[in-house]
Design a protein around this ligand. Structure first.
Ligand SMILES: [Zn+2]
Length: 709
């Protein structure tokens, strides 16, 4: 017995389960989480899972996890890598099994009952984790193994697992005094509840708003496809014959881009940017501030100056100073470019007789008009070439050309919603790699944005590769009564982006699940995703997949030329609104005193500091900045542009020879996609590239002047 395996311990009678009573036996028999899934590819049996199954399975999962940990802690033998570190890695299997499904459902297909259970179990799971990581006896065992690290004859990956496990204990407070441990437990529990609440508030605020149009004239400027989509939305909301604009990105963003009705643009933009800022039960101002304060308190308790310092220790950037230096380097040229774009907008507004200054609700509308006037490029013209089918074939083709991957749709695999499709992913030689779910359209039960997640990370058991189960979830434009889903250029990029994350999960080839796939520093995790966007938007690749949904005709050269000509137009605005949020995130997480007042005031001061122009607001304002207040990107929103340096530099390598250069593709796969978190990111990157990345390709791609020149 190499390590205490749950099933084995149960069989040996070492772990008395609660299933001893008649009542519990009945619960076990009817709860799909409590037996082995009897489904194709071992996917969760979504058709059998009901809300009432979650809580008992989570409670049972925590109980078993505790017993497994107790077994490790009370083991009389000398602590070894196997009986301590590997044993911990394999513990908590049932809890993982149920909680991945539960939290994925809470993000992608939630309801009031699930949200209620989430609120109930969040402090319990937080306390459960604290009981493990703050367990003195257990930590002394982990430490004993750590102290022998130089003498142990274990592989580099084992060393990494040891390091990661040891650090996780230290970073969770294992070295604290008993009284500080108690303080930490309270902070963790409060944070668990608040971050959950923050996300739930945004979903409620997004769902609670709709703008109903009864008079079609109010839709002036909108292309027919968008009017049809608004009519579909109205129909789904029992308002047949009317049009509804919602605060989902796929509704609100195109509206702001095309509506010539300035008063209505203002109204809808205000509703959008005030989500979580309406002084009602869903207001996030106090939550954001409190989350930042608690994180700061926690960091200081653990011996760090700030939360950012605590977080960044584990990143490629390493320190807040380094992140700020990097952001500042980009800020000046980005702001300069945005100001040029603003002047062009102002000129156009003056020409239209509008005397007002440029407002945030003017940017998307006039940018689109200028793009059309200057470059003759109408985004709507592109959409017929980006049907769901065409883009999907495009993604598959790129994956085939680079890595030889094959995709087959599976109709007999249970899914959690009719919109979800399931795919078998195999190597060219037919070897099974993993299962992929794709879930594309917005609905009231799904949070906004796009993300990749996993139901089962890749790992190895006895040397045998256990295939992962991966999912991508998006909020794309839906099909209408007479057209298939036709994506915007942005949505196409997002599709490739999330698919890149999925590849990171699917191609993973490591021993331990906690080092698999996307378990890498956040400022490295966007490399596999963002590099895919480069293939999505390259003319050479577009010609291979962008085909008209009606005629099947390939996107015309003239249109590609227009895309090429419009080049970096709009990058000033896009970079500035993004960087503003990145600075805001850093400001919230580099505080070392307790904030008072409101998040809105803090944001105002933060934006004043960088000199953000009034016509642009941060891409995510504090009141709906879910990446950092309810997701895992606190002191990490800068990661996208940090990884941007890596992905543009990496893609540049392909451009130098061929977009599908087999040697480079193989290096990218074997040195980056397969390796997960088993090695330092920069070392992996250098193995692919031969050197550290250069920032120049990123500046060039965004049309920013090099600040060093
Ligand atoms: Zn991403």
């Amino acid at each position: 017995m190499k390590y205490p395996n749950l099933t084995l311990l149960l069989a040996m009678g070492i772990l008395p389960t609660t299933a001893d009573s008649q009542e519990m036996k009945a619960i076990y028999a009817s709860n799909p989480f409590l037996s082995t899934y009897k489904t194709p590819f071992g996917v969760p049996p979504f058709n059998l899972i009901k809300n009432e199954h979650f809580k008992p399975a989570i409670m049972e999962g925590m109980m078993l996890h505790k017993k497994e940990v107790d077994f490790i802690t009370t083991n009389k033998s000398v602590p070894t890598f196997e009986n301590t570190i590997v044993a911990l890695e394999h513990s908590g299997e049932l809890l993982d099994k149920v909680s991945t499904v539960f939290y994925n459902m809470n993000s992608a297909n939630t309801n009031e009952e699930i949200q209620q259970i989430a609120n109930e179990v969040a402090p319990k799971i937080s306390a459960h984790n604290d009981n493990i990581y703050l367990n003195e006896k257990l930590f002394s065992k982990v430490k004993a193994v750590w102290n022998q690290k130089n003498e142990l004859k274990i592989s580099a990956e084992d060393q990494k697992l040891l390091e990661k496990t040891y650090k996780r204990f230290v970073r969770s407070g294992a070295n604290l005094s008993d009284s500080d441990k108690e303080k930490l437990k309270i902070i963790n529990s409060e944070l668990a509840v608040l971050t959950l609440k923050f996300g739930q508030n945004i979903l409620a605020e997004t769902n609670n708003y709709e703008y109903v149009v009864s008079n079609k004239e109010e839709l002036a400027g909108l292309p027919e496809e968008l009017i049809a989509a608004a009519a579909e939305t109205a129909k789904a909301k029992d308002k047949k014959g009317k049009w509804v604009i919602t605060l989902s990105n796929s509704s609100v963003m195109p509206f702001l881009q095309y509506s010539s009705n300035r008063i209505l643009r203002k109204e809808i933009w205000e509703a959008y940017q005030n989500r979580g800022n309406n002084g009602n039960a869903f207001d996030n101002n106090a939550n954001a501030l409190q989350i930042a304060n608690l994180r700061s308190e926690k960091a200081r308790l653990l011996g760090y100056k700030t939360h950012a310092q605590y977080v960044l220790e584990e990143s490629m950037a390493k320190s807040p100073e380094k992140v700020m230096e990097f952001l500042n380097q980009l800020w000046t040229p980005a702001l300069a470019k945005a100001k040029v774009e603003e002047t062009e907008i102002k000129q156009m507004m003056v020409a239209e007789g509008i005397k007002d200054n440029v407002q945030p609700y003017d940017w998307r509308y006039y940018s689109e008009k200028i793009r059309k006037e200057k470059y003759d490029l109408d985004e709507q013209e592109l959409r017929p070439y980006f049907s769901l089918d065409a883009v999907t074939q495009g993604v598959f083709m790129v994956c085939d050309k680079l890595y030889g991957l094959q995709f087959k749709q599976l109709k007999d695999v249970p899914t959690y919603h009719d919109d979800v499709t399931a795919w078998e992913v195999t190597e060219k030689n037919g070897n099974y790699l993993g299962l992929l779910y794709m879930d594309f359209y917005p609905r009231a039960s799904k949070r906004g944005g796009a993300w990749m997640t996993s139901y089962k990370p890749q790992s190895k058991e006895g040397g045998k590769r256990m295939a992962p189960i991966i999912s991508i979830v998006c909020n794309f434009s839906k099909p209408t009564a007479d057209t298939p889903a036709l994506f915007t250029f942005d949505e196409v990029s997002t599709y490739f982006h999330e698919f890149g994350h999925a590849l990171h999960g699917l191609l993973s080839d490591v021993n331990y699940k906690s080092l698999a796939g996307t378990n890498v520093p956040r400022d490295f995790v966007e490399l596999p995703s963002q590099i895919m966007e480069n293939w999505a938007t390259d003319s050479e690749v577009l010609k291979m997949y962008a085909k008209h949904y009606k005629t099947g005709k390939v996107i015309p050269d003239a249109l590609l030329q227009k895309i090429e000509n419009s080049g970096t137009y709009g990058q000033g605005f896009a970079t500035v609104e993004y960087l503003a949020s990145a600075f805001l995130d850093m400001d919230f997480h580099t505080i070392n005193t307790t904030l008072s007042g409101s998040a809105a005031d803090f944001e105002k001061a933060s934006m004043k500091k960088i000199g953000l122009i009034p016509s642009i607001i941060p891409r995510h304002k504090s009141n709906y900045f879910s990446h950092v207040f309810s997701g895992g990107y606190s002191a990490g929103y800068y990661s996208y542009i940090w990884s941007g340096v890596l992905d543009t530099d990496a893609f540049d390598q392909f451009k130098k020879t061929s977009l599908f250069d087999p040697t480079k593709a193989n290096l990218f796969r074997t040195q980056i996609l397969e390796k997960g978190g088993t090695e330092e990111p920069m070392e992996l990157y250098k193995k692919f590239r031969g050197s550290e990345p250069s920032i120049e390709p990123l500046l060039k791609k965004r049309g920013l002047n090099s600040p060093t020149k």
